[in-house]
Design a protein around this ligand. Structure first.
Ligand code: NAP
Length: 255
């Protein structure tokens, strides 16, 4: 039997956690899950884990080499572009294979009213000059551009409360962690008299807020994903990662 594949997983997503669960009893791998450390009380993974940055691509490459890692999986959020670029550069320097685990983007339901924008600043501009009641579900790091449109009322939902310095003047904040049901999303939208939803195209199966907005006829400002690197092998689910690990394990066994 060859030694298990020593695997670094860059996480911070539900997919990374699902992968950790899938690998918890997999004798082919010795996985380590890495979290950025943004969330104060992250769910505890069932495999060894660490938190905090590496110090750029160079620091990540050093971590991979010094730790004797055989492979890297980038299971970070589709909008976490910097760590993904670092993963690509560091895996090349360390000379180890890289796989990106990316949930598929959301597709528009026929008849839904979506306004697609390229980034958060464009989302703030797309709100227009008429005062609206806007539901922001973009996390707590990207709120600053909405301070430029202070005539809107904002309902802001994030896992941890945002820094008050980032908040637009007229806002209410809800700290909550999903999943949320479609019924509770409908209730929330109605209770706060929301007339516009802003979200990033995070993708995945949890699209209840989009379904709720569609059901209530509320338009959605959808921030498109940053373009992923075409040079990185990608899986869109756990089965694809397992198939990639099977192949890697075969190569390490010389078959
Ligand atoms: P980012 O801009 O791509 O990364 C900023 C820096 O954070 C990186 O350069 C790296 O620091 C550190 N970092 C990021 N992910 C890390 C990880 N898994 N392990 C160790 N260090 C990590 O990322 P971000 O958009 O701030 O997101 C931070 C984390 O939150 C990511 O892990 C992501 O999966 C998760 N997340 C992001 C979003 C989003 O909308 N952006 C949504 C949900 C979850 P060094 O350069 O010092 O290594």
């Amino acid at each position: 039997m060859p030694a298990p594949i020593k695997l670094l997983i860059l996480g911070g997503t539900a997919e990374a956690m699902a992968l950790a669960r899938a690998l918890a009893d997999d004798s082919r791998t010795t996985p380590l899950l890495s979290l950025a450390g943004r969330t104060k009380n992250p769910a505890v993974p069932p495999i060894p884990w660490r938190r905090g940055g590496f110090g750029g691509a160079e620091g990540l490459a050093d971590f991979l080499v010094e730790g004797g890692f055989d492979a890297l999986i980038d299971a970070t959020h589709p909008f976490a572009a910097r760590i993904s670029a670092n993963a690509q550069a560091a895996s090349t320097v360390a000379g180890i294979p890289l796989l990106a685990l990316r949930r598929p983007p959301w597709k528009k339901t026929p008849g839904a009213h979506w306004i697609s924008v390229p980034d958060i600043a464009a989302a703030a501009q797309a709100l227009g000059i008429t005062p609206r009641r806007v539901f922001l579900t973009i996390g707590r790091q990207d709120l600053v551009p909405f301070r430029e449109a202070p005539w809107h009322h904002y309902l802001i939902r994030s896992v941890d409360p945002p820094d008050p310095a980032f908040l637009p003047p007229d806002c209410a904040v809800i700290a909550a962690r999903g999943p949320f049901s479609r019924a509770s999303e409908c209730e929330l939208l109605a209770a706060h008299k929301i007339d516009l939803l802003v979200t990033k195209n995070s993708g995945g199966v949890m699209r209840e807020k989009l379904d709720a907005a569609h059901a209530l006829g509320i338009p959605v400002v959808m921030v498109d994903r940053p373009a992923p690197s075409a040079a990185v092998a990608t899986a869109d689910g756990i089965a694809g990662v397992m198939a990639w690990l099977d192949r890697l394990h075969g190569v390490m066994r010389g078959v």
